[in-house]
Design a protein around this ligand. Structure first.
Ligand code: HEC
Ligand code: HEC
Ligand code: HEC
Ligand code: HEC
Ligand code: HEC
Ligand code: HEC
Ligand code: HEC
Length: 409
C-alpha cells in the first residue's frame, strides 16, 4: 500500500513539469511552422520590425484571405438585402446562424442547401467565400461586390441555380494564401477537388511568402541582439531588376500559367520560369491581356518600362496600405519632371489644373474581363482595376478635360 502511494506521488510530481511543457507547447507562439523548420512565422518578425509589421497588418496582401468573422467580412452582417436572386425562384441568402455565417440556397422559398462561410478571399472591392467539407475546399456560389453592396453570382458561375459543389482550384490559393499542404502541389494547378491539409493553411500573404524562410535570420539576431547588420536574409536591394519583378510576378502576371514546382517555396532571387510552364490556357501571348492580376505583362508593354529601369518597387511600397494618388503622381514626375512641355493638346492652364492627374489619364481604371458575373440574367463586369499599360488614352483625356472644365465653371 505504502509503496503504491509513493509511486503515485512520484508520478504526480514528475508529471507536473511534463504537464507544463505540454501546456506551453499548446499555447506557444513557437508552434512549428507548417512549411518546415526553416520558417520562423510572421509573429516572430514583430519583435524586431515592430513599426513595419504594424503597417503591414493594414495591407491588402496581409488581409487577402482570412477565417470568416465579423472583422474580416467586408460588409455589415446585420444589413438587409444582401441576397442574390437568380430570377427563376432560385435564391442564395446570406444568413447568420448563432455565431456563424452561412450561404443558404432556396428554391421557391424552401431551403435546399446550406454551407458555412469558413474562409474569405479579398478585402477591397470584392469577397469570395470558401467552405470546408472534410479535406476539401469549395467555393460558395455568392460573391460580395462593394460597388453593388450586395451578393451576386460568383465569377464563372453561370448556372440558373445555386451551385454549392464547385471545388476551388488551387491556383486561387497559390496567390491568395501563404501556404497549404496536401495533394495541392502535385496536381494540376486548375484541377478541382484536391485533398488539402486543413491544419497547414496559412491565410494572408505573410512576411516569409515574400522574404523566404527566415528562421536562421531570427535565430542569429536573437542570439546577437547587438548585431545591426542583417544576416541570413536576402536583401531586395541585391536583386537584379528581373529578380525583383519575378518576386511580384509569381502572383501579378496572370492566372493562366500552370506551376510545375511548389510556388509556395519561391524565394527572392529565384527565377519564376523554373516554377511554371508556359501559359496553360493562353498559349498565344499576343492575345489581349486582361487587366485582372496581370500588372507585369501590361507594364512590360509600356514605354516607361522599356526605356528605363522602372520596376514595381519604383512606385509601390508593399508594406504600406494603399498610397494616395498624389504620391503616385509625384513618382511619375520624378522621371517626367518636364511633363508640362509634352502636352501640346492641353493649354498651359489645363495642364496646371490636371497636374495631379497623370494616373487618371495615363493609367485609367478598366473593367476586368475575367471577373464577369451573371446578375439578374445580364452579364456584368462589376470589377475595375487600374491598367498598368501606361500610354496615351485619348478618350480618357477627353473625360478628364471635361471634368476640369466643369470644375472651373
Ligand atoms: C531578433 C531580431 C530580429 C528578428 C526577430 C527579425 N529580424 Fe529582420 N532584421 C534584424 C536586424 C537587426 C536587421 C538589420 C537592420 C535592419 O535592416 O533593420 C534585419 C533586417 C531585415 C531585412 C532587411 C534585409 C536587407 O539587407 O535589406 C529583412 C527583409 C528582414 N529583416 C526580414 C525579417 C523577417 C521576414 C522576419 C521574421 C520572419 C525578421 N526579419 C525577424 C533583426 C531581426
Ligand atoms: C495569379 C495570381 C492570382 C490568382 C491565380 C487568383 N487571383 Fe484573385 N487576385 C489576384 C490579384 C493580384 C488581385 C488584386 C486585383 C488585381 O490585380 O486584379 C486579385 C483579386 C481578387 C479578388 C478581389 C479582391 C479585393 O480585395 O477586391 C477576389 C475576390 C479574388 N481575387 C478571388 C480569386 C479566386 C476565387 C481565384 C481562383 C478562381 C483567384 N482570385 C485567383 C491574384 C490572383
Ligand atoms: C508582398 C511582398 C512583401 C511582403 C508580404 C513583405 N515584404 Fe518586406 N519587403 C518587400 C520588398 C519588395 C522589399 C524591398 C523594398 C524596399 O527596399 O523597401 C522589402 C523590404 C523589407 C525590409 C528592409 C527594408 C525596410 O523597409 O526596412 C524589411 C526589414 C522587411 N521587408 C520586413 C518585412 C516584414 C517583417 C514583413 C511582414 C510583416 C514583410 N517584410 C512583408 C516585400 C514584402
Ligand atoms: C503571394 C502572392 C503575391 C505576391 C508575391 C505579391 N502580391 Fe501583390 N497582391 C496579391 C494579391 C492576392 C493582391 C490582392 C489583395 C486583395 O485585395 O485581396 C495583391 C495586391 C497588391 C497591390 C494592391 C494593394 C492595395 O492596397 O490596393 C499592390 C500595389 C501589389 N499587390 C503590389 C505587389 C508588389 C510590388 C509585389 C512584389 C514586391 C507583390 N505585390 C507581390 C498577391 C501577391
Ligand atoms: C523610372 C522613370 C519613369 C517613371 C517613374 C515613369 N515613367 Fe513614363 N516614361 C519613362 C521613359 C524613359 C519613357 C520613354 C521616353 C519618354 O517619352 O519620355 C516614358 C514614357 C511615358 C509616356 C509615353 C507613352 C507612349 O506610349 O507614348 C507616358 C504617357 C508616360 N511615360 C507617363 C507616365 C506616368 C503617368 C507615370 C506615373 C504613373 C510615369 N510615366 C512614370 C520613364 C518613367
Ligand atoms: C509607374 C508607377 C507604377 C509602377 C511601376 C507599378 N505600379 Fe502598380 N499601381 C500604380 C498606380 C498609380 C496604381 C493605382 C493606385 C490607386 O488607384 O490607388 C497601381 C495599382 C496597383 C495594383 C492594384 C490594382 C487595382 O486597381 O486594384 C496592383 C495589384 C499593382 N499596382 C501591382 C503592381 C505590380 C505587380 C507592379 C510591377 C509589375 C506595379 N504595380 C508597378 C502605379 C504603378
Ligand atoms: C488630361 C489628361 C492628361 C493628363 C492629366 C496628363 N497627361 Fe500626359 N498626355 C496626355 C495626352 C493626350 C498626351 C499626348 C500629347 C498631347 O496630345 O498633348 C500626353 C503625353 C504625355 C507624355 C509624352 C508622350 C510622348 O510621346 O512624348 C508624357 C511623358 C506624359 N504625357 C506624362 C504625363 C505626366 C507625368 C502627367 C502628370 C504630371 C501627365 N502626363 C498628365 C494626357 C494627359
Amino acid at each position: 500500500m505504502y509503496y503504491k502511494k509513493r509511486t503515485l506521488l512520484i508520478a504526480a510530481v514528475l508529471s507536473i513539469p511534463l504537464f507544463m511543457v505540454a501546456i506551453s507547447l499548446f499555447f506557444s507562439e513557437d508552434k512549428p511552422d507548417p512549411r518546415g523548420e526553416m520558417y520562423a512565422g510572421s509573429e516572430t518578425c514583430k519583435k524586431c520590425h515592430a513599426v513595419l509589421s504594424e503597417h503591414y497588418m493594414q495591407n491588402a496582401h496581409f488581409k487577402t484571405s482570412a477565417p470568416v468573422n465579423p472583422a474580416s467580412l467586408m460588409f455589415n452582417p446585420d444589413q438587409k438585402q444582401l441576397d442574390y436572386d437568380y430570377g427563376n425562384f432560385q435564391q442564395v441568402r446570406f444568413e447568420k446562424r448563432g455565431k456563424d455565417f452561412f450561404q443558404v440556397g432556396y428554391s421557391n422559398g424552401t431551403e435546399q442547401t446550406s454551407a458555412a462561410m469558413d474562409l474569405v478571399i479579398g478585402t477591397k472591392n470584392a469577397q469570395t467565400y470558401l467552405t470546408w467539407r472534410g479535406d476539401f475546399l469549395f467555393e460558395l456560389p455568392a460573391t460580395y461586390f462593394k460597388n453593388l453592396n450586395r451578393f451576386t453570382a460568383s465569377p464563372g458561375y453561370l448556372e440558373a441555380h445555386p451551385d454549392f459543389n464547385r471545388g476551388i482550384v488551387k491556383r486561387c490559393l497559390q496567390c491568395h494564401t501563404s501556404f497549404i499542404d496536401g495533394k495541392a502541389q502535385e496536381n494540376h494547378s486548375f484541377s478541382r477537388n484536391v485533398r488539402l491539409e486543413k491544419a497547414s493553411l496559412i491565410t494572408g500573404i505573410d512576411c516569409e511568402r515574400c522574404h523566404g524562410p527566415s528562421a536562421n535570420h531570427v535565430n542569429f539576431h536573437t542570439a546577437y541582439p547587438d548585431s545591426l547588420k542583417s544576416r541570413y536574409m536576402k536583401s531586395y536591394l541585391s536583386l537584379t531588376r528581373t529578380q525583383k519583378i519575378d518576386a511580384c510576378a509569381m502572383c501579378h502576371s496572370g492566372s493562366t500559367a500552370m506551376m510545375v514546382k511548389n510556388i509556395y517555396f519561391f524565394k527572392p532571387g529565384d527565377t519564376l520560369e523554373n516554377y511554371r510552364e508556359v501559359d496553360y490556357m493562353r498559349p498565344d501571348p499576343k492575345v489581349q491581356q486582361d487587366v485582372h492580376g496581370n500588372q507585369v505583362e501590361l507594364l512590360a508593354g509600356s514605354k516607361c518600362f522599356i526605356s528605363s529601369q522602372l520596376e514595381c518597387g519604383t512606385c509601390h511600397d508593399t508594406h504600406q496600405n494603399k498610397l494616395s494618388l498624389t504620391i503616385y503622381n509625384q513618382k511619375c514626375q520624378s522621371c517626367h519632371y518636364d511633363a508640362g512641355k509634352k502636352h501640346p493638346s492641353l493649354t498651359e492652364k489645363e495642364f496646371m489644373l490636371s497636374k495631379n492627374k497623370c494616373v487618371d489619364c495615363h493609367m485609367p481604371m478598366q473593367s476586368s474581363n475575367t471577373i464577369k458575373v451573371k446578375d439578374k440574367n445580364k452579364l456584368i463586369h462589376p470589377y475595375q482595376v487600374r491598367t498598368h499599360l501606361i500610354r496615351i488614352y485619348p478618350e480618357e483625356t477627353k473625360k478628364i478635360i471635361q471634368m476640369i472644365k466643369n470644375l472651373k465653371k
